[in-house]
Design a protein around this ligand. Structure first.
Ligand code: ADP
Ligand code: ADP
Length: 208
C-alpha cells in the first residue's frame, strides 16, 4: 500500500504515520526527518538545506525529488510506504507520478487554531525524532525522552516566526495539491482533530 499523508504542518501526520508503520509494517518516509538527519550528520545536503529548514521555506524541488527518488528505490519501500511531507508542490507531485503509483492520498484536516496549538507545544528528541506535546502527549518526565533519557528540544521552525511562514508556504504551495489529487480521484479527507487513537481508528476504517 502506497500512501501519501498530506496536510498542514502540525496536523499530526508524523504521529499517525508512526502508528501506521507499526500496524502495517511499511516504512514511514518523512522528508523533514530525512533533511534533519542530513543536517545532524553535517552532510553536503545537510549544509545546503540547514538555513532553509530553520526559516520554514521549502527546499528546492530538484533537491527534494532526488532525495525521495533514492529513498523509494530502497528495498523496504518495495511493499509499500507512507510518504509524509512529500509532495509539497505540484512539481513534486508530477515527479512522484513518474516514480511510483500512489494508492491513497490522506488529507489531514485541522482548524488553524488547533494547528498553532499543536506546533507551539511540540517537543522532539533530536536523536530519535520521537515527538511529544507539552499538553497533549507529554513525556513521563518533563523535558526528557521516555526511552533514551535525552533532553527534548523545540525545533527552530516551531518558533513563532517560522510557524507563520510555514503556514503561508503551505497555503501557497501545498494546499493546491488537495485539488490536484481530488481531480485524480485519490484524495480522502481525514478529520485530524480528535485524539491520535481516534484518528488512527478512522484511518484504519478508510484503508479497509
Ligand atoms: P512539518 O511536519 O511540521 O510540516 P516537516 O518535518 O515535514 O515539517 O518539514 C520540515 C521542513 O523540511 C519544511 O519546512 C521544509 O523546509 C523541509 N521540507 C520537508 N519536506 C519538503 C518537501 N517535500 N519539499 C520541500 N521542502 C521540504
Ligand atoms: P506533523 O507531522 O503533521 O507536522 P506531528 O505528528 O509532529 O505533526 O504533530 C504535531 C504536534 O501535535 C506534536 O506535538 C504531536 O505530539 C501533537 N499531536 C499529534 N497528533 C495529535 C492529536 N491527534 N491530538 C493532539 N495532539 C496531537
Amino acid at each position: 500500500m502506497n500512501l501519501i499523508f498530506l496536510g498542514p504542518p502540525g496536523a499530526g501526520k508524523g504521529t499517525i504515520a508512526a502508528m501506521v508503520k507499526e500496524a502495517y509494517q511499511i516504512p514511514h518516509i518523512s522528508t523533514g526527518d530525512l533533511f534533519r538527519a542530513n543536517i545532524k550528520n553535517e552532510t553536503e545536503l545537510g549544509k545546503r538545506v540547514k538555513a532553509i529548514l530553520a526559516s520554514g521555506d521549502l527546499v528546492p524541488d530538484e533537491v527534494t525529488i532526488k532525495m525521495v527518488d533514492n529513498r523509494l528505490g530502497e528495498d523496504d519501500a518495495k511493499n509499500g510506504y507512507i510518504l509524509d511531507g512529500f509532495p509539497r508542490t505540484i512539481a513534486q507531485a508530477d515527479a512522484l507520478k513518474e516514480m511510483s503509483k500512489v494508492d491513497y492520498v490522506i488529507n489531514f484536516v485541522l482548524e488553524r487554531e488547533d494547528i498553532l496549538k499543536r506546533l507551539s507545544g511540540r517537543r522532539v528528541c533530536k536523536s530519535t525524532g520521537r515527538t511529544y506535546h507539552i499538553l497533549y502527549n507529554p513525556p513521563k518526565v518533563e523535558g526528557i525522552d521516555d526511552e533514551t533519557g535525552e533532553p527534548l528540544i523545540q525545533r527552530d521552525d516551531d518558533k513563532e516566526e517560522a510557524i507563520l511562514n510555514r503556514l503561508e508556504v503551505y497555503d501557497k504551495s501545498t494546499a493546491p495539491l488537495i485539488d490536484y489529487y481530488k481531480e485524480r480521484g485519490l484524495l480522502i479527507d481525514l478529520d485530524a482533530s480528535k485524539s491520535p487513537e481516534e484518528v488512527f481508528a478512522e484511518l484504519k476504517n478508510i484503508l479497509k
